[in-house]
Design a protein around this ligand. Sequence first.
Ligand SMILES: NC(=O)c1ccc[n+]([C@@H]2O[C@H](COP(=O)([O-])OP(=O)(O)OC[C@H]3O[C@@H](n4cnc5c(N)ncnc54)[C@H](O)[C@@H]3O)[C@@H](O)[C@H]2O)c1
Length: 437
Amino acid sequence: MGVQTGRPSEPITIAVVGCGQRGNAYARYTLREPAKCRIVAIAEPRSKTRALFASQYGVDSSLSFHKASAETIQTVGKRLADAVLIAVQDHMHAELVGAFAAQGYDILCEKPMATSIEHCLQIEAAVKKADIIFGMGHVLRYSPYTRAITDVVRSGQLGQLVNAQHIEPVGHWHFAHSYVRGSWSKEAESSFSLMTKSCHDIDILCHWLSPDTPVHVSSFGGLQHFRKSSKPAEAGDATRCLDCTYEAQCPYSAKKVYLDRVASGQVGWPASPLVDGIPDIENITNALQNGPYGKCVYESDNDVCDHQVVNIQYASGATVSFTMIAYTTLICQRQTRLHFTHGEVTGDMNTFTVTDFRTGQKTVHRPPSEGGGHGGGDLGLMRTFVEAVRTRQQELLGTDVTDVLKSHLAVFAAEHSRKTRTVVDCVEFENAARSGS
Ligand SMILES: NC(=O)c1ccc[n+]([C@@H]2O[C@H](COP(=O)([O-])OP(=O)(O)OC[C@H]3O[C@@H](n4cnc5c(N)ncnc54)[C@H](O)[C@@H]3O)[C@@H](O)[C@H]2O)c1
């Protein structure tokens, strides 16, 4: 068990590791609820980003570190805070969770848990051994919208949930940003796109179906468009958008995605990850001339799927079908249909409609969102995590490390199915994973 945080009336102290997009998304909660939590230490290698974050959240320079690794955490040798937010890239999660857990920090780790089954199992073991509070960045679970749907599912008012259809429309330029040019474009450097983009979609589907468990999974998908063979002839030999005569017609133009936005004053995401500090015309132009975000989407070294379908059968016989697709105008506004024996729920992440077949009555629900990313899920997760740490109640999070591992195993099983063109038996898959075979 981690060191007690003392009286719940005192704010818990938090260290943030990785002060990029996600570190900021969670940290914002501390400014809304200073009586409950405060950030006391950070680690971030980008100096301007680190300085900006430190000044925004009032972190002392003596506790602003250049970077975190198992070695540096060991060197510090003592707890600097009650809890840590791990918001660095996917391949670093396992090492950092292991090192922080060993020192008794409660941990909120960004999704995905890790990039290999072996590392996910290591995280499960480290968290169990340390007996700490553990939260996972499955933010979809914690938005008011999802919580309201979960209440309908759990109430049983529409009978048994027999089938779910769920689409993750990534958004065409968003996909190009993150999965063609950005941090999640190469499987070897992060993971496959079903894992990096959609592990929380598979998680929410498993959550709605639980305590039912997945027994079979199949999946198909591939990289259809973002490759050299799809390059428009008019783009010729250009390898960067700023040198391309076809750029004005191209929906994936880096000039449109970044420069035009910054020129109109939009200096947050998607431009912010391109530079250290605040984006301006000069530094973004430089990034587009020299870095990966200025490359032609048909000339990048991406290899992850731009579309994937997953079918899951549950022990009760219930079924789920999921689609992750790059080519949409919607950006991550999941479209969901839940089919019950006595009614249905259809939702779009803002509103959902409940239809009862017995009465024919349709009720439209618009759960109020308090803002922030993922329909309020980012704030909802942070609020729940902080409360779990303050009161030492893992159950407030509605999940634990083994549950988190199980939904990740469903994602690994789906990818195994896609690669081997087989239907995967989920129980055998988990047994094999746990026995290391
Ligand atoms: N829950 C979600 O919906 C969601 C959405 C997007 C990303 N993510 C996940 O969140 C994590 C972070 O993604 P992001 O978009 O914030 O990336 P990011 O690149 O914006 O931020 C990561 C930060 O970590 C810093 N960093 C690198 N090495 C470090 C080290 N050794 N110690 C401390 N900091 C270090 C980088 O400089 C960067 O600022 C990833 O695992 C990603 O997959 C989750």
